[in-house]
Design a protein around this ligand. Sequence first.
Ligand SMILES: [Cu+2]
Length: 366
Amino acid sequence: MRFDLSRRGILALLAVPGAAAGLRLVGVAKAQEAAPEIAGGHSGHGGAENVVDFGNRVVGTVDHERNGFDPHAMLTDWDAGRVSEEGGRKVREWDVIASDIEIEVAPGVFFPAWAYNRRVPGPTFRCTEGERLRIHFTNGSSHPHTMHFHGIHAARMDGIPGAGLVQSGETFTYEFDALPFGCHLYHCHSLPLKRHIHKGLYGAFIIDPDPERHPLEREAAEGRLLGSPANQRWQEIVLVMNGFDTNFDDENEFYAVNSIPFAYFEKAIRVERARPIRVYLVNVTEFDPINSLHLHANFFDYYDHGTTLTPTLKTVDTIVQCQGQRGILEMTFKEHETGLYMFHAHQSEFAELGWMGMFDVVEATA
Ligand SMILES: [Cu+2]
């Protein structure tokens, strides 16, 4: 049996129950699995009683263990690196290895990825404004790659051909200061660029503001600084919007946040109603000019690029990002009923091909 694996063909499969193993519709309501809590060790329940049937999703499950990464763990697994001090200054270092791996992007659908530290997206680097950063990059892949950081740095640290291109088996250390604070990204900048990015070489790069540098907006800066008392009440997650062209025709067959289509739809992201939510949103989707996030039944404030401490957009429920654009969303459900609140790309086609998720808003349990 052969299936049309073009983008429209996949859509057709999704529309016909029983058309292909692993890509069939779920026609019957299925209880949401209890989801892990985010941002802190609080426990709770509330997932299992919420049952929704939107019909349009895949059956079967991706083997996260075989992939070596789990989209639910990726929401909050900030990689703070190794911290040391040199001449009174904080230095933060990471080791990154690029390799060729095969990942399962949808049940039974495999993708030959290029990955940083064996995951797509790569690690979510998190640091504080003004620190000295060193990223020791080793290319264990079969192609030349780079790490190009969106941030402020010298030309020779730019991670492009001629400035930090790393051949197979070789190593390069990128070194620069953590500036400016915000929600950034990094990606490979080898040529052809769209193929190197789309294969999976990208990740989020978050620089928290240093409250000492922002006396007039100190409170807002402290709320952003990971681990500070003011930051503890926040439920923070990172969502990297991406897609996969599984048949290499320069169109995506699947869309997702953090790589696995429907991951946060099948298993909602549990949040406590009483605590605010902060989403670090990054768009690296290749082949499509824009991507978006729309939140149901609520509105949020938005900080474009995350480089300000006051919102650049207030009270919106949809945000659009071109590739490479990113920002911070802040929202609260404290006046809402508990329950499942959806978020998804407002390009309906992206949503139907995987870019959909849910917040499971539960009572505070702490
Ligand atoms: Cu590359």
